[in-house]
Design a protein around this ligand. Sequence first.
Ligand code: ZN
Length: 211
Amino acid sequence: MTENFCVFLDAGHGGLDKDGKYTTAPSKMYQHSRGNFHDGRFFYEGVFNRALTNRVAAKLDKLGICNIMVSHEYVDISLEYRVDVANWHYRNFRKGIYISNHANASGAGAARGFEVYTSPGVTASDAMAEFHWNNVKDLLGDRISMRADTSDGDHDKEARFFVLTRTVMPAMLVEHLFFDNYDDASLLMDDEVVERFAEAQVRTVINFMNR
Ligand SMILES: [Zn+2]
């Protein structure tokens, strides 16, 4: 069942380099007025993205499900390169999916909640996103706010993000809460919340492989 299926994992942006310096633009971090995040009051989106994505990769490894990390351990490599790597490897597999992990920011810190994005139109990506929406709702629906666009009959939102339109396999981009909101950012630091987001992603992979 799994031999020709590979999951391409993309932890968005960059992380902390060997000197502890954040490699991504200031818009991808937020200084809260209180709290204890990745560096005191600073929340680094790329660090969260990696914590989650690494956990998903470990879970897939344990299950013997092929996965390839297209992001770097900490360098903020280009979207073109991430997509090229996935598309190149995909030629060796008959089936696979691309998952890009992020956390959101509204600028004002007022917005909260979880969102899944796919490219416009109805494709296999929508089936994956719908599995994922339901898995996250099952595992975390009582703790987080779920933001949906149901105007087209499913829960995902649609956007022409590069990693969604240029990948040759079904792809989704997941926005895990808003890191510039204090309560959402605090949830993202909670190990149990990260664990459940990761578990939901693994369930989505298995749902999609078995559909
Ligand atoms: Zn992001």
